[in-house]
Design a protein around this ligand. Sequence first.
Ligand code: NAD
Ligand code: WQD
Length: 349
Amino acid sequence: MAKNILVTGGAGYIGSHTVLQLLLGGYRTVVVDNLDNSSDISIKRVKELAGEFGNNLSFYQVDLRDKPALEKIFSETKFDAVIHFAGLKAVGESVEKPLLYYDNNLIGTIALLEVMSAHGCKNLVFSSSATVYGWPKVVPCTEEFPLCAANPYGRTKLFIEEICCDIHRSDSEWKIILLRYFNPVGAHPSGHIGEDPRGIPNNLMPFVQQVAVARRPALTVFGNDYNTVDGTGVRDYIHVVDLADGHIAALRKLSDRSIGCEVYNLGTGKGTSVLEMVSAFEKASGKKIPLVMAGRRPGDAEIVYASTEKAERELNWKSKYGIEEMCRDQWNWASKNPYGYGSPETNHS
Ligand code: NAD
Ligand code: WQD
């Protein structure tokens, strides 16, 4: 029998790519998303890309904090596991509106966990973030590193990780996998789904992509005096399809008898500087990205990349794609959808 998976935040960037991999892997998938930071066009496109498996996808426009609506969904389907992506993720916004972040991310998660527990669904994969490593003193980051949060967004990830561990301690039937993503980039190779941030992008590659399609004049490089290969910040960029596959590996791991509450990094283990990434994107797109050098962005770390050993060993998962493929697929998505899922008229940035 095909397994039923509930995906919260499944209309979003990482969620939509994961839902597609789930469908292609034979899972029946229910998406819950309030569309606060996404469009239902992504759901329609995922359905199309999944071909005959598209019939195994249903979508509910529901906010996680709406417990009666969640209850109804759980009473209609018996879920084998939940993959929980839904949350707000803009670091700067979280500093300006901390209560919005605590309300949405924490209350939403607590509501979800309560409803899961009430319906006997105690298998969870949660989207955590490399942000919990703060400013690592050494790299690569292993899962045992000390954790810290530099902003309210990061604190919601830390709190939810702790909540998950507490739940497992209180009830050993829970099996929970916390996935710490590094820097997801790229898009599905079809170019039909990808990242579509609202407003001014906070992250490097969505900004680069918008410069390439002439929506913005230049990329501001935040700092070129770091102790790195060319002075710019170094990160572990990971193709979003690799990341999506990491979730399938995590679901398989949940079938282990005693997984408990375990944490895994999902990264490539390789560090790439801002200028190296820009140059790879220029090569893939044939577009020149004008640069403006600026000071460091407050709160930024110098070098962050993952130790991938634990995920390789225990999830039997390893990234397949390099920065060339990430940039190729990002450009394919951008050139086919310069305004994401919207149009110049619907775009207010
Ligand atoms: P995204 O914004 O594209 O997707 C999140 C989805 O959750 C959106 O579709 C949004 O509408 C939905 N959502 C938010 N609050 C909700 C609520 N209360 N109820 C229902 N739906 C809600 O973001 P993404 O990049 O796909 O990130 C997915 C998850 O991964 C997030 O939890 C994010 O914090 C985490 N993460 C992202 C990155 C990254 O760089 N993209 C890195 C590490 C971790
Ligand atoms: C990458 C590099 C910037 C934009 C953020 C979140 C973190 C996590 C991942 C969710 C850095 C530089 C960026 C620009 C630039 N998300 N940059 N010009 O900093 O690793 O982390 O995304 O959990 O919480 O904080 O990613 O893409 O913002 O930056 O020079 O316009 O690009 O300084 O060196 P980061 P990023």
